[in-house]
Design a binder for this molecule. Structure first.
Ligand SMILES: [Zn+2]
Length: 339
């Protein structure tokens, strides 16, 4: 089966009333953990790479690793998505490389730090959507800004999404999915205390869903930062500070109101770090890297199994045939001429 598009996977998720986890990948073990986790629970999965990940692994490695994943797990719909594209050129480069979905984050200027104005966001996002859709590739946009900084990306300021502006944005840009800012942040240090529905402005999700029932919402910065992982890292010599993530119940509430893509990066990082620290400490005479990477890969897999199950995606991998890009391109062309 070919790589799936975000549009198809999220359309199916909307039909089934579940959310799909989007997990960040930088290397082979992370990817293997993600895909074997999805296989274990037979769920579709979104693999996403940031610009930093592409730079770290190298574009050719990243692309071929994901193609290897598709080959080894042909029964699982797998999307290859660009996380936080900073400018149209980056998105076009990713499409060229074989990504089936790109995020054009026009909420920030191309420096990835300065909040942009609305007209700029509409212009760059529309430009990417037109080019991507012509090739059948899906597009995620962002309206409002998230807190925190991830891979050097982020303004550090929170600016919540305005529901009426969201309607106009989707209409003007034609995006398939919309990242909404509801008070979540990137990174491990999201909240200093357990966030409630009010802290998270969950009402915005409900409002946007009412106004845009056919637009798939994306929650960024949605790691739950389990205390058990933070404790294990610190018990094994780490020095993480006390922190709280987004409770899974809040994400599940979002899914009930139109959230279909849930970005989880930090939880996988924490699980890998915990496994590495523990095995390195437990086996001081060991020097075969596989002894350390194998449990790290398994830890990533467990995070993926848990989240895909909690988001309701488990068991849905076989619900549909993955459509090739040409088929998706035809659909977009049909949409444009009103067929
Ligand atoms: Zn993000």
């Amino acid at each position: 089966m070919p790589l799936a598009t975000l549009r198809q996977v999220l359309d199916e998720a909307a039909k089934g009333g579940y959310g799909v986890g989007a997990f960040n990948v930088n290397n082979m073990e992370q990817l293997q953990g993600i895909v074997s986790g999805a296989q274990e629970v037979q769920a579709p999965v979104i693999v996403q790479a940031s610009r930093g990940a592409i730079a770290y692994a190298g574009p050719q490695y990243l692309r071929n690793l994901v193609l290897a994943a598709v080959e080894s797990a042909p029964e699982i719909p797998i999307v290859l998505h660009l996380d936080h594209g900073d400018k149209p050129e980056t998105c076009l480069m990713a499409i060229e490389l074989g990504f089936t979905s790109v995020m054009m984050d026009g909420s920030l200027l191309a420096d990835g730090k300065t909040p942009s104005d609305y007209d700029y966001n509409v212009a760059v996002t529309r430009e990417v959507a037109e080019a991507a859709h012509a090739q059948g590739v899906s597009v995620e946009g962002e309206l409002g800004t998230l807190g925190g900084i991830e891979d050097g990306h982020g303004s550090g300021q929170v600016h919540l999404t305005d529901p009426d502006q969201a309607v106009d944005f989707v209409e003007q840009t034609g995006v398939d999915a919309l990242a909404v800012a509801i008070g979540t942040s990137h990174g491990a240090y999201k909240f200093t205390q357990k966030p409630t529905g009010e802290v998270l402005a969950m009402h915005l999700i409900e409002e946007i869903h009412q106004k845009l029932p056919d637009t798939h919402m994306v929650m960024h910065g949605s790691s739950s930062v389990p205390q058990s992982l933070v404790d294990r890292i610190n018990a094994a010599g780490g020095k993480l500070e006390a922190t709280f993530g987004v409770p899974v119940e809040e994400i599940q509430q979002g899914i009930r109101h139109g959230v279909r893509k849930v970005n989880v990066d930090t939880d996988g990082r924490l699980a890998i770090t915990a496994a590495l620290r523990e095995t390195l400490n437990a086996s001081p005479k060991e020097f075969d890297p596989r002894a350390f990477f194998r449990p790290a890969r398994e830890a990533m897999k467990q995070v993926v199994i848990e989240r895909l199950t909690q988001f309701g995606a488990a068991g849905h991998a076989g619900d549909y045939e993955v459509l090739p890009l040409e088929e998706m391109a035809k659909r977009y062309a049909g949409e444009r001429v009103g067929v």
